[in-house]
Design a protein around this ligand. Sequence first.
Ligand SMILES: *Cc1c(COP(=O)(O)O)cnc(C)c1O
Length: 370
Amino acid sequence: MVNLLPMATQSLLWQTTLNENAKSDEERAKILANPGFGKFFTDHMVDVCWSENGGWHRPRVQPYGPISIQPSAAVLHYAQEVFEGLKAYRHADGSIWGFRPEQNAARMQRSARRLALPELPTEYFLDSIKRLISVDAAWVPDLAETSLYLRPFMWAKEAFLGVRAAAKVNYNVIASPAGAYFSGGVEPVSIWLSTNFTRAGRGGMGAAKTGGNYASSLLPQQEAYENGCAQVLFLDGQEGTYIEELGGMNLVLVTKDNKLITPDSESILEGITLDSILKLGRDRGYTVEQRPITIEEWREGAASGEIVEAFACGTAAVVVPISDIKSAAFGIWMPEPSDERVSLSLRQELTDIQYGHAEDRHGWMTRLDA
Ligand SMILES: *Cc1c(COP(=O)(O)O)cnc(C)c1O
């Protein structure tokens, strides 16, 4: 029997090895001036081991660099892996903050359960991020809409080709400075509706943040690019009639009578951005409906004027308005709004909270550098 009980009363004893080849202030400044996304990494990373017998152990902050694993490591063969994505934001006074990081910790536990990986206790998750920030704080940029993207991930390290949950696992956190997602202002995007591929099926891993779901989205994503679209929208795997989500973002429709509608399905990943946007919408008096939505309802609603806006949301881009849906058979065109888009106004409110420009009335922010 695998012992998944968190050692709640014992805190991990961290060991930190500083990177002797850390980037100079000039090199780092050059990177932070134009970081893009996911291309550059900070000087350090978190590395924690787990084994069936020893539980979580050997927690380290060490120089960022290659990891040595056996070619037989289970993750390379059976994709037993989960990950998270969250940002650290620099506020005007120089302090560094996370947005609902305990929600990422909880989601990583749910993902881990589905992938038969051990559950990392929330306090370890938060601790690991704070430890990394404590040595790489200078990597958190301070320009508008920039952040340090944090990527915690857990993977099956055991060298064994038998098919079962691995008895040895690794947890790491790496960090990558992220530039403003939209440099020239937020532009609505075209979305490709995949009618021949799905990302998840009933009882599958759709609700888990795991590499396998992304692997399955890459081919349809290529199809999207070929058709001039930025992202793919997937339908449900059962009937192919209900809208689910994009490859890495959730979906919301706005109706003319002030409703925010988002798909309800067990194979959708529960986005923290989505949850937060819906809460801000409720605060403004919007009615929130989480229910199955057919692609036909969207098509008819857009044509009749019932559905006035559509947008995607997720940590990386926050909120992106959708201009149109393309598929092999038909298209959906969203109207040009006469007023400010609801999506962009909600986006502004959320980023104002994240960057400390607006009051954090829901208690979402966590200090990471103290
Ligand atoms: C991460 C992710 C999202 C967005 O979640 P956030 O917590 O808002 O970043 C949506 N869909 C998928 C498939 C994801 O992996």
